[in-house]
Design a protein around this ligand. Structure first.
Ligand code: GDD
Length: 317
């Protein structure tokens, strides 16, 4: 079986590639842009086939799909950082929405029977009210950033292409997933990196933070990508599934856990530049629909995820 991972050199993409390779029964292909940094996949570069592709370019997508003719597509390539979507909304919408349409249209043009997983997001729920926790897939979508709107659109296009053309498309709404190789702009990784720098004496003992009161539902990326695989093996095409741990953690609590692993004495300083025009205050997901369909349960405790992430940065700073 041939699996194509868009965004293979990204955080989740690299872990999914490892998962597929470890299975031993999959030929793994991945798309990268000509300028992509590839350190996340350097260790597996000789085991995967990398294809140069910009998903925003329809010709580029068509050519790759013509060559690979994948049985499975895991569509992870995206502009994935929420704050960037306020600075570059057009770029975010084009990459995420048009990029996905290019993939769908290429699959149609080539008449492929490819099964497609879409990396949609818990950010789509956006403004969530107290009585709506834990969030089910049927919750209203009230997106609070251009990024979230792009993911709502990707999600709905997935539904529409399934209904219109009977394409095998499964939509997964992953809640926050963390672990080694997480991009340094995201909160867990950013704080872990700052702590590692303080430990090495490379930075004054001050941790810059944004909104510490937000609550997120964290899953280890290695559990999330196993979920992505299962979604194409066991889920119903056209349907949408939450992949979540079901537990809420305050960002402040997450920071305290990282500090507990370190023991450094720090000052915590609010950085206004890290505050968002509208932040999603609480996301805690109900994953019972996905677990029922696939048997999936999160396995790796969040403390272990954070410890692995801190050690990742200790080896790099
Ligand atoms: N990045 C960042 N940096 N976030 C901070 C900081 C900081 O210094 N301080 C507090 N936060 C808060 C943010 O305001 C937000 O409420 C929360 O920490 C998590 O921020 P991120 O790690 O940037 O992730 P996200 O929740 O915005 O989005 C991630 O999860 C989504 C799934 O729910 C991304 O991975 C998205 O691509 C993904 O779709």
């Amino acid at each position: 079986m041939r699996a194509l991972i868009t965004g293979i050199s990204g955080f989740a993409g690299s872990h999914l590639a490892e998962y597929c390779l470890n299975r031993g029964d999959i030929e793994v292909f991945g798309t990268i842009r000509w300028r992509s940094r590839t350190e996340n996949i350097d260790h597996i570069k000789n085991k995967v086939q990398l294809m140069e592709c910009d998903i925003r370019d329809a010709t580029s997508v068509l050519k790759v799909l013509e060559k690979v003719k994948p049985d499975l597509i895991f569509h992870l390539a995206a502009q994935s950082f929420v704050p960037t979507s306020w600075h570059a909304p057009t770029e975010t919408l084009i990459t995420n929405i048009v990029g996905q349409v290019n993939i769908f249209e290429a699959v149609r043009e080539l008449n492929l029977a490819t099964r497609i997983q879409l990396a949609c997001s818990s950010e789509e729920y956006g403004m969530v009210y107290e009585g709506e926790i834990p969030i089910k897939e049927t919750n209203p979508l009230r997106p609070l950033s251009p990024y979230a709107v792009s993911k709502v659109t990707q999600d709905l296009l997935g539904y529409q292409y399934h209904e219109s053309y009977d394409m095998f498309i499964v939509r997964t709404r992953a809640f926050n997933h963390e672990g080694p190789r997480r991009g340094e702009v995201f909160v867990t990784s950013n704080f872990a990196k700052q702590i590692a720098e303080i430990e090495k004496g490379e930075k004054e003992p001050v941790i810059k933070v944004g909104n510490l009161d937000a609550i997120r539902d964290f899953t280890d990326v290695r559990d999330t990508v196993r979920g992505y695989w299962l979604s194409l093996e066991k889920c119903e095409p056209g349907e949408v599934y939450n992949i979540a741990s079901g537990k809420g953690t305050k960002i402040r609590e997450m920071l305290n856990t990282l500090l507990k692993f370190s023991g450094v004495d720090v000052e915590i300083k609010r950085d206004p530049a890290r505050m968002r025009p509208s932040d999603v205050q609480i996301l805690v997901g109900d994953h019972s629909k996905f677990s029922k369909a696939t048997g999936w349960e999160p396995k790796i405790p969040f403390e272990k995820t954070l410890e692995d992430l801190l050690n990742h940065w200790r080896e790099r700073v």
